[in-house]
Each structure stands twice: as C-alpha cells, then as structure tokens.
Write a protein of this length. Structure first.
Length: 547
C-alpha cells in the first residue's frame, strides 16, 4: 500500500462561494467488519458522500484505498472535504468489500460534519448498521495546513529479531513498514493506538535486513506541514494465518530525522529493549513543483476522446437512446455531448493548437467504408483522427450519428487505449500531457486486457477519465479507479502510478457543472506524479524550450 498524496490542488468537488471554508482531511478506520468472502477475508474500502445543505443532493466526495484481507482496516488515504461552519452539512460513509466483479456493501453510517469536529479529540465513533453486530467506523478529522514541500525518504533495517514458527524449526520474516503521526506534541505509549496511519509499505519476504525506497512523501500528509509533530515508524512481520507481529518502533520528528540522516536508530519493542536498528538512508526536505510551474515552463495538456457506440445505448431513433438527438430540438445535447462539453471546454484552453484525436468503438462505422464491428475507428471518418477544439469533437459526433453508424458491441476499451498510447509514445519528445476521456454506458468486457494496457499507460504522460452514462452496473469501472492502491494485473505487474478517474454522469443531474470539477480534480496530482517518476523538473527558462 502506498501513501496517498492529497496535495497538488485536490478538492472535494463541493466548492461554494457562500462563505469561508476550511479544508478537512478525514482518516477512516473500521473495526469488526462482516467478512463477505468465503476464502480469505474481505478487501474493504470506504466511499464518502457529502450533502452541503437541505437543498443539495448527495455527492460522492471520494473513496479510500482498498485494504486486502482486513476486517479491521486503517485506511491510509485521507478523504478531503470543504467544511463550512454556517452550513448544516451531512456526511455518509459506505463501506464495501471490493471484488473484481464489483462491490458488496458491508455497512454504512450517516452523521453531520459538525459531529465529527465536536467529538472528543475529534475522534468520532459510529455503528455500521445494527448496533448489536459490533461493526464500527472511526473517523479522525483535522484541518489541513497546505504545503508544496516533501520529504525524499528511504529506510533500511538491520538486525531484526527472527519470528519463529513450528516450534522454532522454521522462521517467518516478511517485514513491512508503517508510518504513523501522533495527534499532539507530547508522546506516550497510548499514542500507538491513537496515532494516524499515513503509510503502509509493500511486504518484503524472507529477510531480516529490509529496505524501502519510499521516494517523495508530501509533508502536508506526513506531518500536516509541521516538522515537529512526533512520528512513529513501525516494522511488522506479515503472518499469513494469524495476526501480524511487530518487530518494534522508532519515534522522532521529521526535523530530527532530517538532522540525523544516515544515522542508525534503535528499534524498540517494549521495556526499552532494542530489536535491531533503523537507518534513514535518505531523509531530505525538498520543494515540490506544482502543475502550474510546469505549464508556465511550456508544458501543455491535450485531450483525446473515445465514445461508446455499443447497442446497449439504445436505437438511435428512439427517445430513450443515450445518443438520441431530438429532431425538433437539435440544440439539446445528449448525455455524451454534455460530458464532452463540460470537460473539454475546460481542457482546450491548456492546448495551444487545440487538435484532439476522437475515436468511436463498439459499432459498424459505415461512413468510414467499414461494414464490420470496429473497436477503434476515427469518428470524423478521416485518416487523421484529430479535430479542432471541443466544437470539432461535437461536430464529428453528430456527423457519425447522421451517416450510417451501426451500433453493436461488445464494450472493449483496450483497442482505443492502445491506439492512443502509440500516438503518445511517438510524441514523448514534446512537452505534452494527454487526458484520454472515455464515455460509456456499460460494463467493460475486456477488463484484463484493459488493466494490462493501463499499467503500460501509467509510464506515459497521460491520465484516463471514464464517465459512465445511463443506469448500468459500473462496478468494474470502480475497480479500475482503485484510488490509493496501484492497479495490478493477474501476473502481479503493478502500475507505476494511479492514472484512472471514474464518475457516473447521473450523480450530476441537478448540477452538471460539478461534473468537470470532480473528474478533473485528480489531474494535477497525476500530472506531477508523472514528472516526479521520470525526474522531470520545470524548465527555468521556458523561452529556451525546444517546443
């Protein structure tokens, strides 16, 4: 499990100019969850929904990371919301078991944001479902102190005490690292239970000398931008058939670890006895560039679009079709057009040439001279799929609908994605970051192929936004947008970074303008993540850039 970076301009999508707001981050834990799996334990995550006042609709703010085989999860990804003192804000927490085929509800809890802040030590405890079942949700809240600084961190351990099993005949040493933040400046043994978990590493196998290269860790999240808040570094051993066992802990502040970089610290378990040493091989404070810094230095953001024309959208001539254009009111947009307009009209301002590739899939594009099902065709019917601006996208969409497009299926994502990946790979010498917008009405049918393609795409300068229209089951889309956890294929290959964002169009029926806010709010983080992974810094002399 990686840390979650709440920086780089993320909001809850609940913006309002009616009064001053405070950004809160909520750390969520659950206890005694119901086990929904026959083999192993449930893989829970939590969705958070917010209602700003009595006149507003419920809107999903975000969801936590998914914890594997855990009925008592401490989610490491915080949920960030905008808090208004003068509003009667309601908040709902829905806990699900994540399966590859969808999700299954484990419980829910509703309360008011004011109750979270009014709880003792701002630690709120509520029931998930019936009180006698024992499932609980714990929400710890705090205001955010924003910062663009980060700690570049790598940690190693030596001399860990072996964990024995089978009467000492064999050992089980599978260490992983957890980082926790205390909620006050004074520390005691009680802090082990009340501290906020901000990081959980991957597990290393069969070693007593583990090392973790954590990379850049935002101080906003590590210590809420306060270098003097106590931190706890815990080393644990994963146990497959019983509770994990702890090797020990190291306590100190970020400032202390910066000053003692490279020195060994004793790992203490209890009664002050050392159980090995921990060394911060790297613990350096840096200033992180923002997306604005890159845009100022000459980078552009480009858009590409892939549109679902499968038969499940409904016959084009029927008013119930998601692609229906009313001949008596042709200026009225379909759900597809509305999504294109809301998102594209914002992004086109970041691209100087405004040339956007547009594709269709799941249909017979007879206007292209093709009378068989194509899973990736140029929507403008030309050899070059690029059109000019959002207006060009909408014109190509209407052209395709009016010129013999035959809806078919199935809903395959991989062909269009692979086509765009090839296009982007040929332009990597340009300072260009691409956002690929998928608009679809149904469940994806080539999930494994798409997962593999997304993992490859995570190494390219691109993000993927999926907008689901209609009332289909979009559980597989939620699986692709597994916030807080990196996507992994069946062979164990892991994405370099999180690049997928999914939303359902129907959730914005009362205020379509919020659609663009919610789908674009992760882009700055994903943009900067690509730059960080590839060691790209903003050009200090943008006029000298070769583009």
């Amino acid at each position: 499990m990686e840390y979650y970076d709440p920086g780089q301009g993320i909001t809850s999508g609940q913006n309002d100019a009616s009064g001053p707001k405070v950004k809160l981050q909520l750390f969520i834990s659950c206890r005694k969850l119901k086990d929904m799996d026959y083999i192993g334990k449930s893989d829970p995550f939590c969705e958070v929904w917010l209602k700003n006042d009595e006149r507003s609709d419920w809107t999903m703010v975000d969801k936590t990371d998914t914890m594997i085989n855990d009925l008592n999860p401490d989610f490491t990804k915080p949920i960030i919301i905008d808090y208004y003192f003068e509003k009667n804000q309601e908040i709902r927490f829905e806990v699900y078991d994540q399966d590859q085929g969808g999700k299954e509800k484990q419980g829910k809890h509703s309360t008011k944001v004011a109750n979270l802040l009014g709880a003792y030590h701002q630690t709120y405890v509520g029931s998930l479902g019936k009180k006698d079942k024992g499932s609980k949700i714990i929400i710890k809240s705090e205001s955010i102190k924003e910062s663009n600084q980060a700690i570049v961190m790598s940690v190693s351990c030596e001399g860990l005490k072996s964990k024995k099993k089978n009467f000492g005949l064999s050992s089980t040493n599978h260490p992983y690292l957890m980082i926790k933040r205390c909620q006050g400046y004074e520390t005691s043994d009680d802090d082990f239970e009340t501290a906020l978990t901000v990081y959980s590493s991957h597990t290393l196998h069969d070693t007593l000398s583990p090392a973790w290269n954590i990379g850049e860790f935002p101080v906003q999240y590590l210590c809420n931008s306060d270098l003097d808040i106590p931190l706890i570094f815990e080393v644990w051993s994963f146990q497959e058939s019983k509770d994990d066992r702890i090797y020990g802990r190291v306590r100190g502040t970020a400032r202390h670890f910066i000053e003692t970089e490279g020195e060994a610290h004793s790992i203490i378990k209890k009664q002050g006895n050392p159980y090995g040493t921990m060394t911060f091989d790297k613990f350096q404070l840096i200033q992180r560039p923002t997306m604005v810094d890159y845009l100022r230095s000459g980078w552009i953001i480009s858009l590409s679009v892939a549109i679902d024309f499968t038969a499940s959208n409904g016959e084009l001539s029927e008013p119930t079709s998601l692609h229906y254009i009313d001949p008596y009111n042709p200026t009225k947009m379909s759900a597809y057009e509305s999504a294109i307009y809301q998102i594209g009209s914002i992004l086109e301002g970041y691209d100087s040439d405004r040339q956007f590739p547009v594709f269709g899939f799941g249909a017979k594009p007879r206007f292209c001279g093709i009378d068989e099902v194509s899973h990736c065709f140029h929507l403008n019917g030309s050899e070059n799929p690029q059109v000019e601006g959002v207006q060009g996208i909408l014109e190509a969409y209407r052209y395709a609908l009016a010129n013999g497009l035959g809806l078919y299926g199935p809903t395959n994502f991989e062909p269009c994605l692979s086509t765009m990946m090839e296009f982007i790979s040929g332009r990597k010498h340009l300072a260009e970051y691409n956002i690929m917008l998928y608009i679809t009405d149904g469940a994806i049918t080539d999930l494994e192929e798409t997962i593999s393609a997304i993992i490859e795409a995570s190494h390219l300068p691109m993000s993927i936004i999926i907008v689901g229209v209609g009332n289909a089951d979009f559980g597989k889309m939620d699986f692709l947008d597994n916030d807080g956890s990196l996507l992994k294929d069946k062979l164990g290959k892991v994405a370099q970074r999180d690049i997928v964002q999914f939303v359902e169009y129907k959730n914005y029926a009362t205020d379509i303008s919020l659609l663009s806010e919610d789908v674009l709010r992760e882009v700055p983080k994903q943009f900067v993540s690509y730059m960080s992974c590839n060691g790209i810094q903003p050009n200090p002399n943008p006029h000298d850039a070769p583009f």
